[in-house]
Design a protein around this ligand. Sequence first.
Ligand SMILES: [Zn+2]
Length: 434
Amino acid sequence: MNNANVPAPSFFKGVRLIDPQAGVDAVADLLVTPEGVQQNPAVVPADAKHVDGTGLWALPGLVDIQVHFRQPGFEYKETIETGSAAALAGGICTVVVMPNTQPRLDTPDQVTFEAEEARRVRGIDLLVAAASTKNLDGKELTDHAALKGAGAIAITDDGFPVLDDDLMRGSLQLCAQNDLLFMQHAEDIRMTQHAPMTDSPVSVALGVRGQSSDAEGVMVERDIALTRETGARYHVLHTSTARSMTAIRAAKAEGLSVTCEVSPHHLLLTYDACASGDPNTKMNPPLRSEYDRQALVAALADGTVDAVATDHAPHAKDEKAKGFEDAPFGVIGLETAFAALLSFVHDGTITDTRAVELMTSGPASLLGLQGQLGTLSKDAPVHLTLVDPNREWTVTEEAMAGKSTNSAFLGHVFKGKVVATVLHGELRYADGLA
Ligand SMILES: [Zn+2]
């Protein structure tokens, strides 16, 4: 085991430290060790690795609240170890994993397994969103209290919605009683019927079935009514439509505990990207109209969106090669998430601080972990992400650190790249640093 070894300290000279939770935005020298981050240290240990941080941003390690690491059950797509490598390359140090593994994360033992496996492979920090219903069947609720006892931080049937009203009410009540966040995959599947993309001129041109984008909003609206009734903390995963955002904005104004995230692909792409029939543009929820996309961007700017999350969903090449209609839903996103978010800084839509907030303090706060995550405070793990906001790079399959390469952004040129990641005080990823 490497755990016994003390990693060498890192010394980042002249970086711009941005920590929205701590209210810090200043140029500083940082000495990083497993014990913590020291600003402008008087003494730098002789064995420290020096990095010239001129022009670089130093951020609290990024947090991604929706990923699929596929373990157990689908290790050919991704494992906790390979998913961690991809996350580190994207500056992400903490993730919330979804329960649609095989077996499902619907028992205390399965919840415990995830964290233990992450430790075994020296992976990133995993938080577990456990199943709302047994086997994600949507029929019988899991033992929410026992899942919380095993360490689950949230409840979700992601991959599926909790469709039944009474079951959803029951799950929200249990979440309220046990101080768990409910995360909904909002999709009225009676309306979508697994149609591979949004009903649009593109679905017609491709000759594939289209689904109504209202399938998301009707479920968000129903859930908000149940949230009002139960007093639970409710979160909308991968929010993709204007209708959902309108409902979420109103719920927040009303004072309900409702939060939401958006995914980079929904912020940057529309169903026009599906025109070539590329299965790497097929995900759930599917890409939407320009009207919906603009509503997401507006919500990103006005503060309605609490977090950006990837919905990192690896699939093997032969699965995606089945063609648009038959390929599984989902795209990866860990390595491109922050770069994608920076697009909206470069075009003036949001400030640099807001971009950082969306993957640090925002997710920490909605998880109920303010001060303990996504900040460089003493109570948070020593995670640090270094970003060159101006480095241009092209997304290629060869550069992917995870097992699968099904990115919707292959060939895309981004401005802004994660150049180093420190996990628990140890420099674990570095790309072209002087
Ligand atoms: Zn989902």
